[in-house]
Design a binder for this molecule. Structure first.
Ligand code: NDP
Length: 500
């Protein structure tokens, strides 16, 4: 972040400038929201939240779809903003817009069915009560997002939080404020109230948002920052959904379609320059087919175009990430791994050429920690079971993939893999299926965005028990009779005495 104003100048808001990572050219400058600005934004959101909740499902759906159509009609303009801030290709940015709107559409159209008040059985002993369950919005949700998919990722929280009836204050990564301001601006035009607002700034702005009395925090970013955010949430017992990093493994069984597997290894590990939370970072391939698979992966990776006119992928968005990638490659080679394509020389100042590492020890950084670059480790195993064991031996648990022609093998691996989402014969196949909840286990976080669970994540269940008549057996009284106690003693074995 480049600060443009002296932070100590009284009365002058701090600003910072963003740059296009492709060539370092300046894009724009944005305010760094301080505690007072954060408090004012959350106060405006609190007022708007009441109005938004009162609109009900039908009106919210209409307004959200109006916003969706405004974004769709200017999709190329948004894709251009995303491209400039992240350095990703126009094609990747457009795909991001399309996938995101699929989720917004689903959330808007399904919120009523998922969250509406419904009757639940009160049970035999409570025949005199009508019981119902409904889901109510929290109020104001603070969304903190990363830079790698600056539209798709935070919108996984924003769309579902809004559809559930909450107001949202969105603090984007300091690298991608323009995307956040763009979508909040289109929202303001479509809805006319500050139900969704963007707050630009740095990590301090994110921390101030968590402390500003929001009713729930939806954080997406690294596991390291999630721990800091969780500690802040603990101060006020503010609930948190945490979508964090990953170290996803892709398993290739002996019977797999190797061409399809190789395509997905390259797409999953090198697409978006490897800057994907559910990107492929490790491959475990059955030794019977490992040579063939490696040849196919190398052949495809050699066709990857880095930067230039029609790139497969662009520069690293976060300049300091190149140091992490270089350290992981060095460590893998020092510990006995081999580079079959690229090597330390592939890591440039901003651009990183594909690196394929083989036989990398399981205790090396390139196997244990998130690399977040266009590199992949391919290790050989004796069976799918061994692959699953190694895939699970990580502190992360976001996504995993298995390639096999045998449906039963795929299902068994999917059950055994400790991850929030498993794909069989694809990677990222779930991203455009809005009904599927998304999130991780272990160090990859907790809670879910997307799908019905995503709508419920941003709602609080409200139970209502309505007594409509007198109970035959009145137990809810301080004047319980001996006859009633006797009846309870007789009923208990009848109701619960059998073990089935
Ligand atoms: P960071 O953890 O660095 O930052 C995430 C967000 O938190 C940014 O907006 C950042 O602001 C903000 N932040 C930083 N410090 C604090 C703080 N103390 N309190 C509150 N907020 C703070 O992640 P990146 O932006 O570098 O994103 C990459 C990471 O995100 C990877 O680990 C990736 O795997 C993960 N990710 C996970 C996804 C998932 O769905 N599971 C999806 C996409 C990415 P600022 O940028 O201004 O410092």
């Amino acid at each position: 972040m480049t600060l443009l104003a002296d932070p100590s100048t009284p009365g002058v808001p701090r600003t910072y400038s963003t740059v296009d990572p492709r060539d370092g050219s300046p894009i724009d400058s944005y305010p760094v929201a301080d505690d007072a600005a954060v408090a004012a934004t959350v106060a405006a959101a609190r007022e708007a939240a009441g109005w938004w909740a009162d609109q009900g499902f039908a009106a919210r759906k209409r307004l959200l779809l109006r916003w969706k159509s405004a974004i769709a009609n200017e999709a190329s303009a948004l894709a251009e903003v995303i491209s400039r801030e992240t350095g990703k290709s126009a094609s990747d940015a457009m795909l991001e817009v399309m996938l995101t709107l699929t989720h917004l559409d689903w959330a808007a159209k399904n919120a009523h069915d998922v969250l509406k008040r419904r009757k639940v059985h009160a049970g035999l002993m409570n025949y005199n009560q009508k019981a119902s369950l409904g889901y109510e919005p929290y109020g104001v949700v603070g969304v903190i997002g990363p830079w790698n998919y600056p539209f798709y990722t935070p919108m996984g929280s924003i769309s579902y939080a809004l559809a559930a009836g909450n107001a949202v204050v969105f603090k984007p990564s300091e690298l991608t404020p323009g995307t956040a301001v763009w979508i909040a601006d289109r929202f303001a035009k479509a809805v006319g109230r500050p139900v969704l607002q963007a707050l630009t700034g740095d990590g301090g702005t994110g921390a101030a948002l968590v402390r500003a009395g929001v009713d729930k925090v939806a954080f997406t970013g690294s596991t390291r920052t999630a721990k800091k955010v969780m500690a802040l949430c603990a101060e006020s017992l503010t609930p948190l959904v945490a979508e964090c990093g990953g170290k996803d493994a892709l398993i290739v069984a002996a019977d797999a379609d190797l061409d399809a597997a190789a395509d997905f290894v390259v797409f999953g590990s090198m697409g978006n320059a490897g800057q994907t939370c559910v990107g492929v970072e490790r491959v475990y391939v059955d030794r019977v087919v490992s040579e063939k698979l490696i040849a196919k992966v190398v052949e495809r990776a050699q066709r990857v175009r880095v930067g230039g006119e029609k790139p497969t992928y662009g520069p690293m968005t976060l300049p300091s990430q190149t140091a992490v990638i270089a350290a992981h490659v060095d460590d893998a080679l020092a510990k006995g791994g081999r580079a079959v394509l690229g090597g330390p020389e592939s890591v440039g100042d901003r651009y990183v050429e594909p690196v394929i590492l083989l036989d990398v020890p399981e205790d090396s950084d390139a196997v244990r920690h998130e690399t977040f670059g266009p590199t992949v480790v391919i290790n050989t195993v004796g069976s799918v079971d061994e692959a699953v064991r190694l895939a699970n031996a990580t502190e992360y648990g976001l996504g995993a993939a298995v390639f096999t022609k045998d449906a039963a093998t795929g299902r068994r691996a999917a059950k055994q893999l400790k991850a929030g989402v498993v794909t069989i014969n694809s990677v990222l196949g779930f991203a455009g299926i809005p009904a599927l909840p998304f999130g991780g286990v272990k160090g990859s976080g907790f809670g879910r965005i997307h799908g019905a669970d995503g709508l419920r994540e941003f709602s609080t269940p409200k139970s209502v028990a309505h007594q409509t008549g007198k109970a035959a057996l009145n137990l809810l009284t301080v004047e319980r009779s001996e006859k009633d106690d006797h009846m309870v003693a007789k009923l208990l074995p009848m109701l619960h005495g059998r073990a089935k």
